[in-house]
Design a binder for this molecule. Sequence first.
Ligand SMILES: *Cc1c(COP(=O)(O)O)cnc(C)c1O
Length: 836
Amino acid sequence: MSSEKAAVQPQDFKSLSSPHLPEQYGCGPIQFKGSHDGLYERHLLFDNVIAPENAGNRERYEAVARSVRDVLSQRWQRTEQTYKRENPKRVYYLSMEFLIGRSLSNNLLNLQLDPLAKRVFDHDHLDELAILAEEPDAGLGNGGLGRLAACFLDSMATMQLPAMGYGLRYEYGIFKQTIVDGWQREQPDNWLRRPDPWEVARPQEAVEIKLGCSFEVRGGNLRVAVGMPSRLVGIPYDRPIVGYGGMTINTLRLWAAATPEGFDFQTFGAGEFVSALAQRLTAETVTRVLYPDDSTSMGQGLRFVQEYFLVACSLADLVRRFRSNNSDWYSLPDKVAIQLNDTHPSTAVAELMRVLLDEADLSWDDAWNLTRACLAYTNHTLLPEALEKWPLRWFELMLPRHLEIILEIDRRFREEILARFPDDQGMVERASLIEHGGEHLVRMAHLAIVGSHSTNGVAEIHSRLLRETTVKDLAEIFPRRFNNKTNGVTPRRWLLMSNPELSGCVSDAIGQGWVTDLGELERLKPLVDDSGFVDQVREAKRMAKHRFAAWLKSSAGTVVDPNAIFDSQVKRIHEYKRQLLNALRIVALYNRIRENPGLEMEPRTFFFSGKAAPAYIVAKLIIKFINNIAGTIDADPQVRGRLKVVFLPDYCVSVAERLIPASDVSNQISTAGYEASGTSNMKFMMNGALTIGTRDGATIEMAEAAGEENFFLFGLTADEVAGSRGWYSPYWHYDNEPETRAVLDLVLSGHFCRHEPAVVDALRNILLTSGDVFRHLADLTSYLEADQRLRSLYADPRAWTRKALLNIASSGKFSSDRTIAEYAAEIWDARPCPIP
Ligand SMILES: *Cc1c(COP(=O)(O)O)cnc(C)c1O
């Protein structure tokens, strides 16, 4: 980290982006319709050859989206021209995932065309919601990591940073989840089946990359033909990233794989025709599908090729852009900052070295200094099973030159360690890029740390644990390289767009400034004692709940009572996130009602939503168990109407946008020390939900910002969890805590799983026999105590809303604008480049 030259401060970014009016886009007054040359009608006619009155919602969606793209294209082009002319330092964000969600309403909002669009929709009696729902979610990511990348793009464009996202154009994004008899089923997400109006293919900017072998994919397996070098072509597909106010429009460039052009059919005999086409199929396999694993590294060969493909295409592209504007290789770090989102793109270290050594002909030391000065790495997890390690053999087969470079980096690094820590051979082995013992592996996190100038975690506690545990030795060797950048989320999508009720209420009180400077929400604090305003905030929540309930009824037929407490846990299903602990809490409340039917308890609806990795058996079982509880409660007249459990299928950005504004309670209950940051916690906070949670990830900082008295924290701390390793036993809690015991007895009696003994056996195994690795039983009692406090507060609506308001007012820190300002100032040394 180059803190001594941090010329730009986060606060320098404030109020850079005052909104522009659409008329200033340089394309005259915008017309979607109204005259015969209205954009909307023209697109219906010329793209789809259909009259407006005959158009279906899909055609209408395409026509509106294309009209919006017309409006932004001049500005988009001008953004790139300005960057070319000004030649500023550019930021490149490399990520295997971008969980974008839908773009139409977000682009309308950021261009501030939403009032205009509304008028068009109203005038034509078009069903706006149905049209917006025609857009498939761009689900090019698994969860938090991919969504973070998407929020960062929004913030960088809004803050006018000359930035670009690089990713892969997966033909199939994260799978669609359906629930059949309580079990998750996966369906392919063929999101590009219909033309996507946002993407622009740029075949003229294709790049070619080389692999040391040929390969083909058969039945999901990668087969390698050794010693037969091959080539792949990356074709860029660009998507506009509209900054709020529409001043800057940056680019997300996604690569699609193809074979080198020139199916020069004349040179193929009849016999070669088929094999040429088959080869083409193999190449396109590279970007066919996103790996649906969250928090594990499965080590498949195709994934390895995908990662290298992203790195090689993106570096070739950015180096070409650099060279077209600059003659001096040594100025690379003055013009280029490359952020690696997790270790997935960390072969960038070897690839950039290769370019500088073999193409630029620089010396090793010069190449090494430039590489480290350009690259920075973000770590996202402490879980050992998520840390990527690739077989050395694969490098040997596919990327022999890169292996040479990695081994030379490692050789020099070992010498450096020995020089600084003489006689500490243990340190050398632990810190080395190569893991010996068994199959030799390349430790991708070590490669990223050694080959970059900055390594950051994503919340204070995570950055600390990263330094103290996961990569302790490297942190000792490079103490100044490690830093923290607490995650954030974009308030444009997660508050302004998804919660019009609350946004309106906030803007009426303090104006619109919060949209680009979320710290402004602090100004709501004096209003906590203004009962009129508190009532307005409560009314906004009530309306959001009604809107959600109406959507749920119409889309799924599920009826929920908006007067109930809406209590949500939505995120990937994982043992460490402890959806199972939430389920046990619900069973405890269920027990209480059955034992004491007269018990006073606010009606409560528990929402779950999330996908399990297809190969993660335990996570799928947790989904089944939750659905069983839901069914059992619905069938129980004593409890029905007082408790309800709803599992919303197919969690995605659009589902999050609907549920989060409607939620009263946010569950953030990971085993302390396991959740790097979390970002759904921040979305809920901004939307006025109260958090019941453990002291983990960014939840700690959220509670600090709002005051712990406005949070419902419970459970073991990370240090306590770590300290209990070796002696923790779930049986102690079973034997000594009557309610815990009653909950387990009921679950293990098969009450919720009548004809499914296998589910019961698995639950017994997770919670008792295998030692309850994630400490469910240790935290259940304190969870229930926190829940009791929460319910008492809910009984006093004004006191509840007062706390909700204090949470909203304290959520400013968790804007991704703040996060990006810190990256820009402390890691990238990048400045805004406004578009005239
Ligand atoms: C925000 C978000 C996440 C991340 O949620 P966590 O609770 O932080 O794990 C995952 N998926 C989607 C669709 C999101 O919007």
